[in-house]
Write a protein that binds this ligand. Structure first.
Ligand SMILES: [Zn+2]
Length: 108
């Protein structure tokens, strides 16, 4: 497997684990009134991880238009905002022929 993809998967796991821990710990945090302190540390870490995952994704993956075969990369904002349709698929608009289609991730 590609090194970058491995890294993305590891970061995704850490990200999901942190969110799970947060959800589980939420009740306790509110009870002991330390929620704000924990959030102050937690939120930047989670946001940082989230951005790191997406930055790695746009550097690793390209998308191939099924109608004109044009290979293109997407921006960070597009990667975050665009609709995911299954694993490794996104609904995107081809910059060359303007087709809106489900496009598959391609590793360069
Ligand atoms: Zn196209």
């Amino acid at each position: 497997m590609n090194k970058k993809i491995k890294l993305i998967n590891i970061l995704k796991l850490i990200y999901l684990a942190l969110i799970l821990i947060f959800i589980v710990g939420f009740v306790f945090l509110i009870k002991y009134k330390i929620i704000l302190y924990v959030l102050a540390i937690y939120l930047p870490v989670i946001i940082g991880l989230y951005l790191a995952i997406h930055i790695l994704r746009i550097k690793t993956y390209s998308y191939k238009c099924p109608s004109c075969n044009h290979l293109f990369k997407i921006s960070l904002v597009k990667d975050i905002m665009s609709y995911n349709s299954g694993i490794g698929m996104k609904v995107l608009i081809c910059p060359k022929c303007n087709t809106k289609e489900v496009m598959k991730e391609v590793i360069e």
